[in-house]
Ligand binder design. Structure first.
Ligand SMILES: [Zn+2]
Length: 469
């Protein structure tokens, strides 16, 4: 008779979230994300998936970011036949994310294979999964709306609460009962969002839990206020436009892109930035935007008002151009004069953003605007750290464009906001908080912050270490 917790990813790092709750031997996996970062390391970790997927009892997906959903198709490919529990919006967005990944992997395999053949080298790299595995995975989803408690077998019950992180994102509250009848409740925050974000609602407060598995991305940082951030965005756009430069914004195709479009729309309407073209150059962002439009159940009041009552479209306006084809994307390079270019991947590790960086990074009139978290060992992190020269697609580029950073658009709570959310829990009931999804400094800082505020016990989760609940 036992209830246990361990992590096979997202422990001591911010990528590859995979947490396992085991009740009397039945395993429930919470998130099955992809590792990102150094190619060989990430690749090895992604192949070393949760052992023996066939024997998993159930899988819960908190939200559709790649580092949380990216390896579900590999689970299906390796024989998992059970359910993937997720909110309806998460299911739809995850479909786009996983399909995109399958397509990128197929392209990479083809490209690298050709390169190896040219050099007469052996090549046996295979994609982790293909589109057919994504189709298989999509057929295994069971969608569960917020606040609809559901028994999922093996002594476990689950309920989703709005995490306020991205469209459809959920905090999962689980109850686990072992054979002796002992019951514990565990809250998995997934990625914890913030109050006052556009489009989506604020994070829900959840009923009491005995244990909490809490993310710590910004465990040692405080964000600037979003009112200041909007003005800073306006300033960056105005100043760059005055120099005749372009503003290049690496952004995740989901949420961050729609949010930036929403903010730029607001600034244009209020006349706070000049009338310049805004390009969203990411096929995935275009697909994701159409999913935003069909999930009004996830909107906050303002978006409801704009979208439903006044029939405005917060995701589209005259100055905005979406480019889905490669030819359209290439045409953006020929544009003379100021423009905003939003493109993915958000950490600059892949995708069209790399081409926009190659074209614009050496021109001092331009600005590269960083608006999201940049994990260690990514190109985005090297730009954020203002390295004078960076390598893209094997070539070196001098960084002459200005680098600006606005953290307030973050979709993750900072440590102050995290504590504010935790403080609404019944602390006399909370036995321990397990910290995941953070880098070492953030984890250490959040640990001491929570202890100083009166949380009974805090454990920084170590990869593979098993904790008895
Ligand atoms: Zn996330």
């Amino acid at each position: 008779m036992s209830i246990r917790l361990h992590s096979e990813g997202g422990a001591g790092e911010v990528t590859g979230s995979r947490h396992v709750l085991t009740v009397d031997g039945a395993r429930c996996l919470i998130d099955c994300g992809a590792f990102q970062g150094k190619r060989e390391v990430a690749e090895a970790k992604n192949r070393a998936l949760v052992p023996d997927p066939e024997s998993l009892a159930s899988v819960i997906l908190t939200h559709a970011h790649f580092d949380h959903c990216g390896m579900l198709p590999l689970l299906s490919k390796r024989g998992y036949r059970g359910n993937y529990y997720a909110t309806p919006a998460t299911r739809d967005l995850a479909g786009v994310v996983m399909m995109d990944s399958a397509a990128i992997q197929a392209r990479d395999a083809e490209y690298l294979g050709k390169q190896a053949a040219r050099k007469g080298e052996r090549f046996d790299w295979k994609p982790l999964y293909a589109e057919e595995d994504v189709v298989k995975a999509m057929g295994q989803f069971v969608t569960v709306s917020y606040n609809r408690p559901l028994p999922i077998g093996d002594g476990m019950r689950m309920e989703f609460f709005d995490a306020g992180h991205i469209l459809g994102s959920a905090i999962c509250r689980m109850s686990a009962r072992d054979r002796s009848g002992r019951e514990v409740t565990i809250g998995f925050t997934g990625d914890l969002g913030r109050k006052g974000k556009p489009i989506i609602r604020d994070p829900d407060h959840i009923p009491p839990v005995d244990y909490l598995v809490l993310e710590a991305t910004y465990g040692d940082r405080l964000h600037e206020s979003s009112v200041d951030a909007l003005e800073r965005l306006a300033t960056v756009v105005r100043e760059t436009a005055a120099r005749g430069g372009k503003i290049i914004i690496p952004a995740f195709a989901i949420e961050r892109t729609q949010e930036l479009v929403y903010y730029l729309h607001t600034l244009l309407d209020e006349g706070r930035i000049p009338d310049l073209p805004i390009y969203v150059d990411s096929p995935m962002a275009i697909n994701a935007t159409s999913i935003f439009q069909i999930h009004p159940e996830c909107y906050d009041e303002e978006t409801h008002a704009a979208f439903i009552r006044h029939h405005q479209n917060p995701f589209g306006f005259n100055a905005l151009h979406f480019s889905s084809s490669v030819a359209e994307s290439k045409r953006i390079n020929d544009i003379q004069g100021p423009a905003v270019i939003i493109s993915a991947d958000g950490m600059c590790e892949a995708g069209r953003i790399q081409h926009h960086l190659m074209h614009n990074i050496q021109d001092a009139r331009n600005t590269i605007l960083i608006v999201g978290y940049m994990a260690a060992n990514t190109l985005g992190r090297r730009l954020r750290d203002r390295e004078p020269e960076v390598r893209i697609h094997g070539d070196f580029f001098k960084v002459r464009a200005r680098i600006e950073e606005i953290n307030a658009f973050s979709a993750h709570a900072d440590y102050g906001e995290t504590w504010d959310w935790v403080s609404h829990l019944d602390l006399s009931r909370l036995k321990k908080a397990f910290l995941v999804h953070g880098e070492p400094e953030g984890l250490r800082h959040l640990e001491s912050h929570l202890l100083s505020k009166g949380v009974a016990a805090v454990q920084v989760v170590k990869y593979g270490e098993v904790y008895e609940l």
